[in-house]
Design a protein. Structure first.
Length: 244
């Protein structure tokens, strides 16, 4: 009989880390085992010169495990028929490490932050979104709250999928979906429109972007930018000539 022992499923000596849920070895059924404990399998050895056996362990990282932490796991194998000298047993143990990652971190911003266009004229903005964290963000939604007084005429959605039809007048909310954002992945959406001719000059109109994810524990991100309905003013200096 061969005995395989796995020690420490995570942060050894603490209450955090990894929990083993099941194993592939049918000869040794395995119930849930929390880190810091020892898991032992007793298996029938293969015939001399036979194929190697593999045990696959499936585990989950504890939600309260700290970020960027090494979870150390050690395994040993022993048999009563094996010589106990150092040379023979030199390969009877191994170690592997799982390092925890930080969560997904969503960000968004609109450029330019402050811009202007006169009533009846066109404008454009760029909606940027990103995951600056270490883990994947699933089920991402990008939203743009469009104020009254403008019409959105076209968008270039990049890797996002729009859920609306154009043209559309504000106030409204435009929504894009993104299947997932990998760690340190970003995207940009170009938005074009016009200030309605009925919008009073001097009106300030605020656009607000929001990025969210269905992944637990991932916070939403928001940003805003202001479009002012004003005519471009050109100042021409006038020189006064004094006559003698």
């Amino acid at each position: 009989m061969i005995r395989i022992t796995i020690i420490g499923m995570g942060l050894i000596g603490t209450s955090l880390g990894m929990a083993i849920r099941n194993a592939s070895e049918k000869e040794a059924p395995l119930g849930p085992t929390v880190n810091g404990q020892t898991v032992t399998f007793s298996v029938t050895p293969p015939a001399s010169g036979g194929l190697a056996s593999t045990i696959i362990l499936t585990g989950t990282i504890a939600p309260n495990a700290p970020q960027n932490t090494a979870l150390i796991n050690r395994v040993t194998i022993s048999s009563p028929n094996e010589p106990v000298d150092t040379t023979t047993q030199s390969n009877n143990q191994a170690e592997w490490t799982v390092t925890t990652l930080g969560p997904a971190v969503l960000t968004t911003n609109i450029t330019p932050v402050l811009f202007a266009a006169p009533p009846g004229r066109a404008f454009s903005l760029t909606l940027n979104y990103a995951n600056t964290g270490q883990s994947v963000a699933d089920g991402v939604q990008v939203k743009l709250a469009v104020p009254a007084g403008v019409q959105i005429t076209s968008v270039n959605s990049g890797g996002a999928t729009p859920t609306f039809s154009l043209p559309v007048n504000g106030p409204t909310t435009l929504t894009w979906t993104v299947d997932q954002l990998d760690a340190v992945q970003s995207g940009a959406i170009s938005v074009s429109g016009k200030v309605l001719s009925t919008t009073p000059e001097g009106t300030s109109m605020v656009f607000t972007s929001t990025v969210s994810s269905t992944t637990n524990g991932v916070a939403n991100a928001t940003d805003s930018a202001t479009l002012k309905a004003e005519f471009i003013k050109i100042y021409i200096p006038i020189a006064r000539i004094a006559r003698p």
